[in-house]
Design a protein around this ligand. Structure first.
Ligand SMILES: Cc1cc2nc3c(=O)[nH]c(=O)nc-3n(C[C@H](O)[C@H](O)[C@H](O)COP(=O)(O)OP(=O)(O)OC[C@H]3O[C@@H](n4cnc5c(N)ncnc54)[C@H](O)[C@@H]3O)c2cc1C
Length: 444
C-alpha cells in the first residue's frame, strides 16, 4: 500500500518541495513568498549544518550546537512552511511526487538541494577505515578519535603502537585538509604540552597528503606556496604528488611507496553529489551532479530544479560547473527563489544565474590565513581577520554568533580550546580492550 505523507493540503497555492536544507535549500525556504507558495522542506537531519567550521568541532574549538541550527526553530515564524524529517529516495517526474522514507509527497515545483558526500573513489577499504568530515556527527567522531588516540598514546609503552597513535594522516590538501592540519598543529603546540605533560609532543606527527603538486588547488600558485610555507613552519609534513594506494594493518601506503603507520586516517580528499533515483544516467554529469540549464532547471523539466553542490551548470567561464562551495549554492538559491516569486506575481521570464565570485579564504592557524579576493590577494593577520568576520557573519542565529565569537576570543587569549571532551557512550570493544591491555601492561 502506498503511504502518503501527511502535509496540509494546498487549495489556492502551488506547493514547492525542497529536498535538503543546506546553504541553497535554506535560502530558498527562507525567501519563498508564502503568500503564493506552500513550502515543504525535507531533510534527513532536523538541523542545518555550517560545514565550513566542522574542522573546529573536530579539533575541539567549537561545540556542534554552535554551528547546527534546528529547522523548526529557524522557521518558527514562517507561514505555511512544513518541515519533514526524512530521506528522499526517488522522484517521479511524470506524476510529480517524491518517494521518501515517510511516504509519498506531491509537488508542483521541486528543488533538489541535496549537496555532496565524501568520495572515496570506489575504495571500500579506505571508506571502512578512514574518518571523513562531511557531517556534524563525523566531526564529532574525528574529535573523539583525536582525543582517544592521545589518551591511549599516553598510556602505552609499546613504541610502535604509540607511533601509530600519534601519527595523524590527513588525505586531501584542499581548504579542509589545510585547515585541519593547521588546527592540529596549533593543538600540538599550545594545548598538548599542558594536557599531556607525560610525553614529548614532538612525537605527534601531522602528515598532509595530496595527489596534486600543490596545496589549495582552487587558489593561485602563489597562495598555494604561502599555505605550504605556513604549514611547513608549523612542522606539518606535507607530501604532494602522491595518492593513497592502500591502508592495511594500520599502515598507509602511498603511490610513492612511502609508508606511514597510523590509527588516525582522516579523509578529506574529494566529494561526489548525492543523487536520487528517477533520473536517466545522461542527466548526471561530472562528479555525479545533475545537469541544469542557466535557470537551474534539470534537463527536460520546467518545474524540477537542482541547486548548489548537486547541480552542474556549465558555462564558458565554468565549463565544469561552479565550485562546490557555499557562495554558488547561496546565490543559485537566491536567483531561483526570485524567479519563483516573480513567476507567482505574473512575471514569467526567468532570469539566468550569474555567479558573482567574491573570492576564497582559508585559515591556517592563529593570525594566519590566505585570502584571494577579486581585487587583491593577501595573507597573514588581515586575511585571518577577514576569515573570522566572514564566517561569524554567516553563522545562523545571534546566540550562535555570540557563542562562537566568545569561544574564539577565549582560545585566542588563553592559547587553549576548552572543549576536549571524549563524548562516547562506550569505547568500542576492540579499541577499549587494546587500550585497557596497554594500560595494564607493566612497564619494562
Ligand atoms: C568540511 C567542509 C568545509 C567546507 N569549507 C567551506 C568553506 O570554508 N567555504 C565554502 O564556501 N564552502 C565550504 N565547504 C563547502 C560548502 O559547505 C558546500 O559547498 C555547501 O554546503 C553546499 O551547499 P548545498 O546547499 O548545495 O548542500 P549542503 O549544504 O551540503 O546541504 C545538503 C542538505 O541536503 C540534505 N540531504 C542530502 N540528501 C538528502 C536526501 N536524500 N533526503 C533528504 N535530505 C538530504 C543534507 O542533510 C543537507 O542538509 C565546506 C564543506 C565541508 C564538508
Amino acid at each position: 500500500m502506498t503511504t502518503i505523507c501527511n502535509i496540509p493540503s494546498t487549495k489556492d497555492k502551488k506547493r514547492v518541495v525542497i529536498i535538503g536544507g543546506g546553504f541553497a535549500g535554506l535560502k530558498i525556504a527562507t525567501l519563498l513568498d508564502s503568500q503564493y507558495y506552500q513550502t515543504v522542506l525535507l531533510d534527513k537531519r532536523n538541523y542545518h549544518q555550517f560545514q565550513p567550521l566542522f574542522y573546529q568541532i573536530a579539533t575541539s574549538g567549537l561545540e556542534p550546537s554552535t554551528i547546527s541550527f534546528p529547522f523548526r526553530k529557524i522557521f518558527q515564524k514562517k507561514k505555511d512552511l512544513h518541515f519533514r524529517l526524512c530521506s528522499a529516495q526517488e522522484i517521479n517526474t511524470e506524476l510529480g511526487y517524491v518517494e521518501t522514507t515517510i511516504g509519498r509527497i506531491r509537488y508542483d515545483y521541486l528543488v533538489i538541494a541535496t549537496g555532496c558526500d565524501t568520495n572515496f573513489f570506489g575504495n571500500q577499504a579506505l571508506k571502512d577505515a578512514s574518518l571523513p568530515l562531511k557531517t556534524t556527527t563525523e566531526a564529532m567522531a574525528m574529535r573523539n578519535r583525536i582525543i582517544y588516540s592521545l589518551e591511549c598514546a599516553t598510556s602505552t609503552d609499546d613504541r610502535e603502537e604509540r607511533e601509530k597513535l600519534l601519527n595523524f594522516v590527513i588525505v586531501g590538501g584542499g581548504a579542509t585538509g589545510v585547515e585541519l592540519a593547521g588546527a592540529l598543529a596549533e593543538m600540538r603546540k599550545f594545548v598538548l604540552p599542558k594536557d599531556y605533560p607525560d610525553f614529548k609532543v614532538q612525537r605527534m606527527q601531522i602528515h598532509l597528503i595530496d595527489g596534486a603538486n600543490r596545496l589549495l588547488g582552487v587558489f593561485s600558485e602563489k597562495t598555494s606556496k604561502v599555505a605550504y610555507d605556513y604549514l611547513s613552519k608549523m612542522h606539518v609534513n606535507i607530501t604532494l604528488g602522491a595518492t593513497v594506494n592502500s591502508y592495511e594493518n594500520e599502515v598507509v601506503t602511498l603511490s610513492n611507496e612511502q609508508q606511514i603507520p597510523t590509527k588516525n586516517l582522516f579523509w578529506v580528499a574529494g566529494v561526489k553529489a548525492n543523487s536520487l533515483e528517477g533520473f536517466d544516467k545522461e542527466q548526471y554529469g561530472r562528479g555525479n551532479r545533475l545537469i541544469v540549464n542557466e535557470f537551474n532547471q534539470v534537463n527536460g523539466f520546467k518545474n524540477v530544479f537542482a541547486v548548489g553542490d548537486t547541480a552542474l551548470m556549465a558555462s564558458s567561464k565554468w565549463p565544469n560547473g561552479h565550485p562546490q562551495v557555499a557562495q554558488p549554492a547561496i546565490q543559485q538559491g537566491e536567483n531561483l527563489v526570485n524567479n519563483l516569486n516573480r513567476l507567482a506575481k505574473g512575471i514569467s521570464a526567468f532570469r539566468p544565474f550569474k555567479y558573482n565570485d567574491r573570492g576564497s579564504l582559508a585559515t591556517i592557524g592563529r593570525n594566519t590565513a590566505v585570502a584571494e579576493l577579486p581585487a587583491a590577494k593577501f595573507y597573514g593577520f588581515w586575511a585571518w581577520m577577514l576569515w573570522l568576520f566572514v564566517h561569524l557573519r554567516s553563522i545562523v542565529g545571534v546566540k550562535n554568533k555570540l557563542f562562537t565569537f566568545f569561544n574564539w576570543v577565549w582560545s585566542y587569549l588563553t592559547y587553549d580550546q576548552s572543549l576536549r571532551l571524549l563524548l562516547k557512550d562506550e569505547i568500542p570493544e576492540s579499541e577499549g580492550k587494546k587500550c585497557a591491555d596497554e594500560l595494564t601492561t607493566p612497564t619494562t
